[in-house]
Design a protein around this ligand. Sequence first.
Ligand code: ZN
Length: 131
Amino acid sequence: MISMIKEFRIRTTKSREVVDITNRVSECIKGVKEGICMVYVPHATAGLIINEFEPNIASDFVAFFEKLVPKAGWKHNVIDDNAEAHLKSGLVGPHALMPVSEGRLVLGTWQRIILCDFDGPRDRRVVVMVR
Ligand code: ZN
């Protein structure tokens, strides 16, 4: 069984930001015909979702996570004041899975792979593996 693993970096520019990384992931899977693609972020304050990405829903996602998890009131804040970023990351999860068929990621018309940075700006690693 052929398997492939690659990595790229995304530099976020805001404290809370969602970034469409679909094209970068597609570049990584070039040459792979069929398989299961796992995209993974090795971070405790970031995560991945697959969803629509246009400016309004992108900012809605940021606002949604802000409403869902208040910033204050968490024990971890005494350490580095970013508990809500960890909690959002835990909610979203660090990976996204999708099939690869005929050399392309199998995504719906409106689906994009979206990196969520809950504690930026930072240099974020994205690992792409196909098996
Ligand atoms: Zn922390």
